[in-house]
Design a protein around this ligand. Structure first.
Ligand SMILES: *Cc1c(COP(=O)(O)O)cnc(C)c1O
Length: 639
């Protein structure tokens, strides 16, 4: 079988300077070339570092007899607490390989920082052997062996690529070992690799935020053989057998260590999450540890959670029907309030029928996995809620992600695949940005291409549109999206999810949505609370108006204090950028009596951390103005 070496390099020129965006290489059979080339190009065009404006793909034939096969080095991990411990770990590993002057070798390491490739170092004389010291040595022409049917992967597998490289390098003539430290300021794990020690990950080789990294190949042998070694590293085509795809695919002596390491990484990068406990109902003001706080993090937009009517309705339902519902409705039956609530939601949303789910999360997972049949394609906005993403993952359909609210991109992608059945899905109000989906265009595209349109109205119901009916009312549309999903947990002050639409849709989902079929339905208290909250919303639309006025007042007050934000809903994102800064700001505001959440990766993209303020109809404009001034002051201090 003939194989091909394929390499991609992508860069972007900004202010006359070319910046590397992404690079990849593979060794593949002909049958896998097109799909992998497509995946590589896709990655270059949608890279976190920016969109490449120059992409080079090079494909060369690699005849079977040219290819060498190497077994992957076994992987192990040494835990270190700081850079100094990491240094000692390297020296002790080098000693095992018969290198006694590890300390002197490491003193050369800083010379690698500005090199493009690796340093080739005579381990005994400490002479550098690269013909071009600025370029260094580039180990290339290698891949993990995948057999015939390798799937194209749009995400780079850094772990596997590192092992492939280290396995090739260690198999080169006269190379004793390789030392590698990443130049990614956020990545502090490095490795020492050699035939004798295997691939040894060292969990901390440098301090966090250090942008310096490099690579040294340690050589011991005759000067005459140096060209042979370089030719092997740079030219010989190597396939690495049995390279593990992730640290978790290796057997581990201690499974708990895998979890502990994950937690440590989260703590290091400001991504570790904890939960605060409140001692009062979720209203405009809450109590925590005896202090009163202004609540700017609640989704109870209309302030109905502790409304006397809501509490009474829940209590009466418990008196009459007890604690739980006893099972799935298909096997155990419905309570009258299930049917009453479904009718009330249909009336409110102006649809034929409604189906309830245990939560909004379960509604999305159930709807999308059921509509996402094998022959379907789901078109999903890149900023959609995690429950939509998970629904797409559970669906057998393929998912195509379109750029946030970008209708040209959406249409181009629909045209490219022309599905016979498919769904366009978007958050009505995007939960971390507070902007709204372009519904008229989404409905028009769905019609034009014979697709279903679906919106998630979790943050729209009770919030946008003059009477809080959601996105269609917001745009003044007569026509509704085909699938209207929502939750009872936000403005409706309870819990549970729903989907509304044609009777045919509801009949289909009742028979196919697994999170509906195989899960116990909501309890009497939550059903009754939601039903009563919906009744209050319909009777008192002035609550929606107050909420909308509050958002305007808050955004204006932030602007007066020099903080620019915008919002089309009740969610006001205050972009901070840095994860640590966002977390510190939230903590300081908490100490000053404001409860506000810091939203970080993976909920939003890395480097776009933010404070997310959520308005309530029950806040007063004065307290919102005071809060805006405090927020601005804290951000100023943390500059
Ligand atoms: C909160 C939310 C959900 C999930 O609803 P729950 O009832 O909390 O499970 C789904 N979609 C969006 C956009 C949300 O914000």
């Amino acid at each position: 079988m003939t194989l091909y070496s394929m390499k991609m390099r992508a860069s972007r020129t900004e202010n006359g300077k070319s910046e590397h965006i992404s690079g990849a290489e593979r060794i593949l059979p002909e049958s896998a070339l097109i799909e992998n080339a497509g995946a590589m190009i896709d990655r270059a065009l949608h890279h976190a570092k920016g969109r490449a404006d120059y992409i080079q793909v090079k494909i060369e034939e690699a005849r079977t007899e040219e290819i060498g096969y190497v077994e992957a080095l076994p992987v192990s991990t040494v835990e270190t607490e700081n850079a100094e411990e990491g240094r000692k770990a390297i020296i002790s590993l080098l000693r095992k390989i018969g290198i006694e002057n590890g300390d002197a070798v490491l003193r050369k390491f800083h010379e690698t920082y500005n090199m493009r490739g690796a340093m080739l170092l005579d381990v005994d004389t400490l002479e550098r052997l690269e013909p071009d010291p600025a370029r260094g040595i580039r180990a290339t022409y290698m891949d993990a062996e995948h057999g015939e049917n390798r799937a194209a992967c749009t995400v780079k597998n850094h772990f596997q690529e590192a092992i492939v490289l280290a396995s090739k390098v260690s198999s080169a003539p006269h190379i004793l070992a390789e030392i590698c430290v990443s130049d990614d300021p956020g990545y502090v794990t490095g490795y020492v690799a050699s035939k004798k020690t295997g691939y040894v990950r060292i969990t901390r080789l440098k301090e966090k935020d250090d942008p310096n990294g490099g690579r040294i190949f340690l050589y011991r042998g005759s000067r005459n053989d140096v060209p042979k070694t370089i030719a092997y590293l740079e030219k010989k085509k190597i396939l690495v057998k049995n390279a593990p795809a992730s640290p978790s695919s290796m057997p581990s002596a201690d499974p708990w260590r895998v979890l502990a390491e994950d937690i440590r990484r989260r703590k290091d990068s400001g991504l570790y999450r904890t939960i605060k406990t409140l001692e009062s109902a979720q209203s405009a003001h809450v109590r925590a540890k005896g202090h009163s706080l202004l609540m700017l993090a609640s989704n109870s937009y209309l302030g109905l959670i502790d409304h006397p009517r809501v509490k009474r309705a829940a209590a009466e339902a418990v008196q009459r029907f007890g604690g739980g519902s006893g099972g799935s409705r298909l096997t155990t039956g419905s309570l009258p309030i299930h049917d009453e609530l479904e009718s009330a939601i249909s009336r409110f949303k102006g649809t034929e029928a409604t189906l309830l789910f245990g939560t909004g999360y379960m509604a999305n997972v159930g709807i999308l996995s059921a509509l996402g049949r094998k022959d379907a394609i789901i078109f999903s906005d890149e900023l959609n809620h995690a429950s939509i993403i998970d629904g797409c993952r559970l669906a057998r359909a393929r998912t195509v992600i379109y750029r946030h609210a970008d209708m040209r991109d959406l249409e181009a992608k629909i045209r490219a695949v022309r599905p016979s059945f498919g769904v366009i899905v978007a958050d009505a109000v995007f939960s971390m940005d507070g902007d709204v989906a372009p519904l008229p265009e989404i409905i028009a595209l769905a019609k034009k291409y014979g697709l279903l349109s679906m919106v998630d109205e979790a943050h729209a119901t009770g919030v946008i549109g003059k009477t809080g009916r959601g996105l269609a009312e917001h745009f003044g549309l007569k026509e509704k999206p085909d699938v209207v999903m929502g939750t009872l947990s936000k403005a409706l002050a309870s819990e549970g999810g729903f989907v509304s639409g044609r009777q045919l849709l509801i009949d289909y989902l009742r028979n196919t949505a697994r999170s509906f079929i195989f899960s116990t339905s909501q309890s009497p208290a939550t059903l009754a609370a939601a039903k009563e909250a919906l009744a209050i919303l319909e009777e008192e639309p002035e609550r929606v108006a107050r909420l909308q006025e509050n958002t305007r007042a808050f955004v204006d007050a932030l602007a007066e204090n020099g903080v620019e934000t915008s919002s089309e809903s009740a969610i006001v994102p205050i972009i901070v950028g840095d994860e640590w800064r966002a977390l510190q700001a939230a903590n300081q505001l908490y100490d000053e009596g404001i409860f506000l959440s810091a939203i970080r990766y993976p909920t939003v993209a890395k480097g776009s951390a933010r404070l997310r303020a959520a308005m309530m109809a029950t806040h007063t404009e004065d307290e919102l103005r005071a809060a805006a001034a405090k927020i601005a002051a804290v951000l100023q201090r943390l500059m």
